[in-house]
Design a protein around this ligand. Structure first.
Ligand code: SF4
Length: 1003
């Protein structure tokens, strides 16, 4: 640790501070700037890290606050910010500082932990080279929010536009960028204020700053008006930079699309918009409506091609205009088009698994309530809030449903009914820029009230032959780009902004640069019926164009992640199963159909070669790991690694593979062992478990059984005769089992075969054993050890997060109890493995916490022999069958868990094991290329995963192990449970010592 660290904080005169927030904060602007500065000083003081704080300010009130907090104050007499920084660094040097942390006073989410990590990382880096300068960017990516440097270093601060790249140039090879989101978040704009206010509300933050922000909320009209005025006057060039930065702040390097089929349920419409070719007269249609069988057939083909969304688009209430529509509906027994739609959407959902998204025009509250159970989301383009466009001569003349107030009422009703909703504007139909802004503000106002707008579409008008507006000019590229940027600026970083790629008059990368993060629905099967002249781009082309903009193309669902992650609020109970089935762990679309325990081949999508995207969040984290290791990573950073997609996925796997080669070499290891699951009768009620049979369990194909001790001994002797060095024993918690049962089992096994390593009893069984004997855990574990127990499987861990355990295994051990058993086992000399079962109801943040909890434990005990990722086998799991869990992880996620575990658990856990029962041989090969070094056990009688629906067999022979490793050009070697060589084991046996513990058991 560096001694004498000083913080240097330049603070402007309050009268000059945060002028860009004037409209949003009014007279409270100065007070807000003052409170921000005080908060920053308080965090610096509480960090316990700094020998002193220097505040450079001409402002008397800030100076008084700084002195009250023990800071040294330097008056810079209103000099420039860069001059103030130089003065501050000089003052720090004079105070004897060996290191200075230079930061502004508006880092509203700064934490002491982040500061501490930065200084520690600096120290590690400085130990490796003569000079180092650590930099943290602002959230927009172009500015600098913090610099760590030696104060006497020659370094010219260049704060202002693009300061980050200037600072990197100035620092040269000494520059090191670190990622600390709490440091990157500064307050510059009204949108930043919104983010901060939302965060305060979420955290129930009290205090002066929170209440000031709450008060500022009373004048949204003023803010909106100010934004609108500023936007109208701005050019695209003015907006582009800011819009792109906001998008990056919300979506990083991901740009999404929804793979969909387009289902035009009816092309009849009672409206007559002057630009529309979708609406047709009955005489031009084969039938007024698509039949349900036709809709299901199209959707089935779409599902086969990987689509996830069924987009139902239809005209507005055609039965009010056309007899043909009325007759068809009557003949088929439907009261209205919307009643028919509700049945058609439910059929597509139930028979194809696609998620319906409904674009059915204006609706009443009753109609929306009727449709909600059959769709994951709905949409209605506001198009424009200018009522004058409905007047004679306007494009909406003759279209009663295009009345803006009516459309806004439908959008508001969707909010009241908690329906994730898509809307947007159509540009170039005669509206002004000011009217576009008004439309966007009207949508924003509803979103602020209900929080239900998931995306804003900015669609450009394209004239079509045969329409009244055939000769009207199309919206040009400049207007489209300006409108996208304006929407992004008005809605901030979190809102999804979409522009359809098939209509764009501008090159696709420029739309990304303008601020979009989504291409909307793209179909590999059906044309765009609304714009039939403009085919969807090929997905490969879209991926290339996205990469040309420096982004990665990803699939999403029709319902956006924020809403899919809170299904009890936003998704009707009837839709939740279908949404889970299509979701990955971040609630984005599953990129493959790979299934744990069942898939034998790798999905074709896994072989996609993505272009390298640099400076992503994952890229920065990997550079940090390369420089400092992963010891300092917190749960947010680890969760970010699980989000690696595209080229980031490859980078994470390669980093893990390099580390594996350094730690373990190229040899893959395995253990010859046998699984003995002595009973499948269990009194617990784990919702994921297909193995157990009990009074309240669903009876499966396998009946309840209980092996007696003689049978367990016989199986052990048989395993020994086949070369096994280990038996792995676990089972259900049979009502007749007590602590004595487990003691008797070990005693009998060791008496029959003293050389056999007994790897047995999950932490739950140990807990149960100790409890039934009313014995302290430590004593019971010591007793098991003295009877010959060699080690414990670290199973029953599932996910070490109590909120997740409450769903998976509500009556099983809590996180702390599981950790207590394992830690106590290590303390009495019983090593254990560790596991994580993932891909069900969990999220990446849960996986991160799980790994960090194991890492913390291992730092204390060093008793974990290995970590075994156990991807969830869903097929027969009750939780999945009830529609309450995802169908296991995707292959990307399964591989990533091996890779991230390798990086994050290093150097504490040396062995990462891949489970052939779950991963299959092809998946094993990928895991071995992503950080895994161990193939697990031969198992002989694997039955728990098989009961859950896995089909990879019950045994993997030694020659299978050898050929698996050989297919990667790597040798495979048999090991003992404790990762010793067999020759070492034999030497120990000969010297009369009994080996103790670790395993290949992955039950
Ligand atoms: S996971 Fe174990 S404790 Fe839970 S029900 Fe299955 S056998 Fe019983």
């Amino acid at each position: 640790m560096v001694s004498a660290v000083w913080a240097v904080v330049p603070v402007k005169r309050l009268a000059e501070a945060k002028r860009r927030l004037s409209a949003a904060l009014g007279e409270t602007r100065e007070e807000f700037a003052y409170l921000l500065a005080c908060r920053t000083l308080d965090v610096l003081r509480s960090a316990g890290l700094f020998a002193g704080i220097i505040v450079v300010t001409p402002d008397p009130r800030v100076a008084a606050a700084a002195r009250a907090r023990g800071a040294v104050v330097v008056d810079d007499a209103d000099s420039s910010l860069n001059q103030a920084c130089v003065l501050g660094l000089d003052a720090a040097a004079k105070q004897g500082a060996s290191l200075a942390v230079l930061l502004p006073s508006d880092l509203a989410t700064l934490t002491a932990e982040a500061l501490s990590r930065l200084v520690q990382n600096y120290s590690r880096l400085r130990n490796q080279q003569n000079r180092a300068i650590v930099l943290v960017r602002c959230k927009e990516g172009t500015g600098t929010n913090l610099v760590v440097l030696e104060p006497r270093t020659s370094f010219q601060p260049s704060f202002g536009p693009d300061s980050f790249s200037k600072h990197v140039r100035e620092a040269g090879p000494d520059a090191h960028e670190l990622c600390e989101p709490t440091v990157s978040f500064d307050i510059d704009t009204p949108e930043d204020l919104e983010v901060l206010r939302a965060r305060f509300e979420e955290d129930h933050e009290a205090g002066a700053m929170a209440s000031l922000l709450r008060g500022a909320r009373t004048s949204p009209a003023t803010t909106a008006w100010a934004s609108a005025q500023a936007l109208k006057a701005a050019s695209f060039t003015d907006l582009a930079h800011r819009a792109g930065a906001l998008r990056d702040s919300g979506y990083g390097t991901l740009v999404s699309y929804s793979p969909k089929v387009f289902l035009p349920l009816t092309q009849l419409c009672r409206d007559s918009c002057h630009y529309c070719t979708f609406a047709q007269a009955p005489r031009r249609l084969k039938s007024p409506y698509l039949s349900i069988e036709e809709a299901v057939s199209i959707a089935t083909e779409g599902a086969r091609l990987g689509c996830k969304e069924a987009l139902f688009t239809l005209g507005e209430r055609p039965e009010l205009r056309y007899r043909a529509a009325r007759d068809w509906l009557t003949a088929h027994g439907f009261e209205s088009t919307l009643h028919y739609l509700s049945q058609a959407a439910a059929a597509v959902r139930d028979r194809t698994g696609l998620l319906p998204h409904i674009n059915a025009g204006c609706m009443t509250a009753e109609e929306m309530a009727m449709l909600r159970p059959a769709c994951a989301s709905m949409g209605l383009m506001l198009e424009s809030s200018a009522a004058r466009l409905c007047e004679k001569g306007g494009p909406h003349y003759g279209s009663p449903d295009k009345e803006p107030a009516l459309r806004l009422a439908t959008i508001a009703e969707a909010g009241r009914q908690r329906i994730p909703f898509t809307t947007g504007i159509l540009i170039g139909i005669g509206e002004t820029r000011g009217e576009r802004i008004e439309a966007l503000l009207a949508i924003r106002e509803l979103h602020e009230r209900y929080g239900h707008i998931q995306e804003i579409i900015v669609q450009n008008f394209v004239p079509k032959r045969g329409t009244i507006m055939a000769d009207a000019p199309a919206a040009d590229a400049e207007e489209l780009l300006w409108s996208i940027a304006a929407a992004r600026v008005l809605f901030g970083p979190a809102m999804s902004i979409q522009a359809p790629p098939n209509l764009s008059p501008a090159p696709l990368p420029s739309l990304v640069q303008a601020g979009i993060n989504d291409w909307g629905g793209v179909s590999p099967l059906t044309p765009d019926f609304v714009n039939p002249e403009a085919p969807w781009p090929e997905l490969e082309h879209l991926r290339e164009q996205t990469e040309a903009a420096g982004k990665t193309l990803v699939q999403r669902l029709t319902v956006y992640p924020k809403y899919a992650k809170s299904p009890e609020v936003w998704i009707d109970a009837g839709m939740r199963r279908a949404v889970l089935e299509q979701s990955d762990g971040d609630a984005l679309g599953r990129e493959d159909a790979w299934r744990t325990g069942r898939s034998t081949d790798l999905p074709a999508s896994f072989a996609t070669r993505y272009g390298r995207i640099e400076s992503t969040r994952v890229d920065i984290l990997l550079r940090e790991i390369a420089d400092f290791g992963a010891e300092h990573l917190n749960a947010d950073a680890v969760a970010e690694l699980f989000r690696a997609r595209g080229s980031d996925l490859r980078e994470v796997c390669e980093a893990a593979d390099r580390l594996r080669a350094r730690v373990n070499g190229d040899t893959a290891t395995y253990v010859v062992n046998r699984n003995i699951n002595y009973t499948n009768i269990c009194g617990y009620h784990c919702s994921f478990c297909a193995f157990s049979k009990g009074t309240r369990k669903r009876e499966g194909a396998e009946r309840g059984y209980l092996l007696d001790i003689a049978e367990i001994v016989e199986r052990t002797l048989e395993a020994g005769s086949r070369g096994a060095t280990e038996v792995c024993l676990q089972g259900g918690i049979h009502p007749s089992f007590t602590g004595d049962t487990y003691l008797e089992i070990v005693r009998a096994l060791k008496a029959a075969d003293p050389r056999m390593h007994v790897h047995a009893f999950s932490p739950l069984e140990v807990w149960h054993g100790a409890e039934t004997l009313a014995m302290p855990l430590r004593d019971y574990l010591s007793l098991l050890k003295s009877e010959g127990l060699g080690s414990l499987p670290g199973t029953a861990a599932e996910i070490l997060v109590d909120e997740v355990r409450a769903i998976l295994c509500p009556d099983k051990l809590r996180t702390e109890e599981w950790l207590e058993v394992i830690e106590t086992a290590h303390e009495v000399g019983l090593p254990t493995t560790s596991t994580m079962m993932f891909g069900h109801v969990d999220r990446y943040g849960d996986w991160a916490l799980h790994l960090l909890r194991l890492r913390d434990l291992q730092r204390r005990t060093q008793g974990l022999t290995e970590f075994v990722p156990l991807p969830f086998v869903a097929h027969e799991a009750p939780l999945y069958r009830r529609g309450r869990a995802r169908p296991g992880p995707t292959l990307r996620e399964a591989i990533l868990v091996h890779a991230v575990a390798r990086l994050v658990l290093h150097p504490h856990v040396e062995n990462i094991q891949a489970s052939w029962v779950k991963m299959g041989r092809a998946g094993m090969r990928e895991a071995l290329r992503a950080g895994a070094n161990d193939l697990g056990g031969t198992l002989m009688n694997e039955s728990i995963t098989r009961a859950a629906g896995a089909t990879h067999g019950q045994e993997m022979t030694q020659s299978d192990m050898l050929s698996l490793a050989a297919s990667l050009g790597r040798p495979a070697v048999q090991r003992t449970t404790l990762y010793r060589s067999l020759s070492e084991l034999h030497a120990r046996e000969e010297s009369g010592r009994v080996a103790t513990a670790s395993s290949g058991c992955t039950c």
